[in-house]
Design a protein around this ligand. Structure first.
Ligand code: AMP
Length: 571
């Protein structure tokens, strides 16, 4: 017997999933389908995207629908338009052999009149985003009276996005529902509250351990000074020539800035951010999905609902503040049985977070050095040579050129040809990395302990993690509130003067007459140089290291930037 049939699915559905290439049910499907087919049991599934959860609820729903009754019987609520469309597409393919079941996706950013017209024709399953659904309910364009099944997909994301009231509203207005099925990647108290308020003895199923990460993902982290993040990111991309990845940043400005810089250097990258129109967003996503775009860079908000198969790498330009966000980010790779890598660029003051993350996802993180310029070049070179050897020469008339080529190259050795090909392909690239510096944090005595101890399960945690050990130094400056500063203006002043980024700063202690500034050790010299001795309101500013023993770092200069486009290849 087919394994899907054994779960109780009818012949038409089994035929569809077989045609889709599903051979064995995934863990969540195995656990959920038999329960959900009863139609009357409330259900909570702790499962991330990539686990096959759409089929886990989609297949039983299709079997429970009564095609003869043309009104909404099932309502699936999902956080974003992308996810909404993805679910609808999946359901369309699952119901290929099930006749006369109609589905409608309703979401914002598309014509509501068209959606109302389609709903009027009589549909069985409505897949909706919360905002548009409420709109339709208020316009009385959708009748929820006969909805028997409500599915909340990615419930944690919906709550993160502020849809709590909308979910309450929907659950209160589906008075005749026979069961509620909730899926969520994490189970914060707010999600538990939904189950408490609206569900009865839900059957709870967890795929893998609670909050556990996907075993197919290799979690790696790199410790670099804050001002080297961009350079480190570039190295990581260059070191992985076949990368098909998503880079996450905390801010929209970073996403935009990095994408512009990388695009200028010839990388296939686009940023996803809230300022894009739906049409522009679809265009970017289309290019990414079809692999015409190698890299996507996005903030967590902009990346919500992105569901793309085959992502090889997720890169955290910075670790997220909210640890659970890490699970969402890394879950974009290592899907459907494939392996993936999640790379995190950390500042030494973020390293303490790694230990919490290891606990959260129940997986070990590997500390890896940022590759040297030489290593990057070597990797690129062999990648190119592999491609050269794999080039398809079976078509085309290459053979007809051979006699002439043989004559031309009669005096040239194989080694020389290889060298020349390499020079042609890599001269720009080699030049860029010629004097590339070591980006790995040179661990001072202060830095070393947290890094290593954390990896070995040492006892340091956020509570006793001293900032002085974390790669910061403290600067004294004879400016204060008496000079008319308040915190924001003071911050602005020292950043403008030194041309440094906010990320290099730690705590600022602004007093009446003077202040203390915590700053990344590697950036301290530059700040002192820029500010010490300058005049402000007819006074000479004095800035120096507060605790003594500070040596001006010799390696402040950035690696030499190559102004042209580096030749790169993806695929
Ligand atoms: P989901 O978690 O629903 O986003 O599914 C992730 C991916 O796994 C989708 O591309 C599905 O088509 C695929 N998938 C779902 N169930 C199976 C299965 N039993 N066997 C193979 N692939 C599956």
């Amino acid at each position: 017997m087919n394994a899907f049939e054994a779960l109780g699915l009818n012949e038409q559905l089994v035929r569809s999933v077989t045609e889709l290439g599903f051979e064995t049910p995934t863990s969540i499907q195995e656990k959920a389908i038999p329960v959900l087919l009863s139609g009357t049991t409330d259900f909570m599934g702790l499962a991330q995207t990539g686990t096959g959860k759409t089929a886990a609820f989609g297949l039983p729903l299709l079997q429970l629908i009564e095609p003869g009754q043309r009104h909404p019987q099932a309502l699936i609520v999902s956080p974003t338009r992308e996810l909404c469309l993805q679910i609808t597409n999946d359901i369309e393919s699952f119901k290929k052999h099930s006749r006369n079941i109609f589905t409608e996706a309703v979401y914002g950013g598309a014509s509501i009149m068209m959606q109302i017209r389609n709903l009027k024709k009589g549909v069985h399953i409505v897949v909706a985003t919360p905002g548009r659904l409420i709109d339709l309910i208020e316009r009385k364009a959708i009748d929820l009276q006969k909805v028997k099944y409500v599915v909340l997909d990615e419930a944690d994301e919906m709550l993160n996005m502020g849809f709590r009231d909308d979910i309450d509203f929907v659950l209160k207005n589906t008075v005749n529902r026979e069961s509620t099925w909730l899926f969520s990647a994490t189970m914060p108290p707010e999600v538990r509250a939904i189950s408490k308020n609206y569900m009865e003895n839900p059957k709870e199923v967890t795929v893998g351990k609670k909050n556990s990460g996907n075993v197919n993902i290799d979690h790696q982290y790199f410790v670099v000074g804050a001002q080297y993040r961009y350079e480190a990111l570039k190295r990581l991309i260059d070191f992985n020539p076949g990368m098909y990845g998503i880079i996450f940043t905390r801010t929209k400005a970073d996403a935009q800035d990095i994408s512009e810089r990388l695009a200028k250097s010839g990388y296939e990258i686009e940023a996803l951010h809230g300022d894009l129109s739906q049409q522009q967003r679809d265009k970017v996503m289309g290019r990414f999905r079809t692999k015409n775009l190698q890299l996507l860079i996005a903030t967590d908000v902009a990346a919500r609902g992105i569901d793309v198969d085959g992502i090889t790498h997720v890169i955290n330009y910075e670790l997220p503040d909210d640890m659970e966000v890490y699970t969402h980010r890394s879950g974009r790779t290592g899907r459907a049985g494939k392996t993936g890598v999640c790379l995190s660029i950390c500042h030494s003051r973020e390293v303490y977070k790694i230990k919490s993350l290891e606990k959260l996802i129940n997986s070990k993180f590997h500390k890896v050095d940022v590759p040297s310029g030489k290593e990057v070049c070597r990797k690129q070179f062999f990648h190119f040579m592999d491609k050269l050897m794999q080039a398809d020469v079976s078509h085309g008339d290459y053979e007809t050129f051979l006699p002439d080529l043989m004559t031309k190259f009669a005096e040239v050795s194989k080694e020389e040809v290889l060298q020349r090909v390499a020079a042609l392909e890599f001269s720009h690239f080699l030049k860029y990395y010629e004097n590339a510096e070591d980006l790995n944090r040179i661990e001072s005595r202060g830095d070393r302990r947290p890094v290593n101890q954390d990896m070995q399960g040492g006892r340091r945690d956020r509570g006793n993690f001293s900032r002085r050990d974390s790669g910061y130094t403290r600067l004294f400056v004879n400016l204060g509130t008496k000079d008319g500063f308040y915190k924001a203006s003071f911050l602005q002043f020292i950043l403008d003067e030194s041309n440094l980024k906010k990320e290099v700063l730690g705590k600022i202690d602004l007093r009446d007459m003077n202040s203390w500034v915590e700053i990344d050790k590697d950036a301290a010299g530059r700040m002192i140089k820029a500010i010490d001795g300058k005049r402000y309101n007819n006074r000479t500013i004095r800035m120096n290291e507060a605790d003594g023993g500070f040596k001006r770092p010799s390696d402040e200069g950035r690696s030499r930037q190559y102004a042209g486009k580096e030749k790169r290849s993806f695929r």
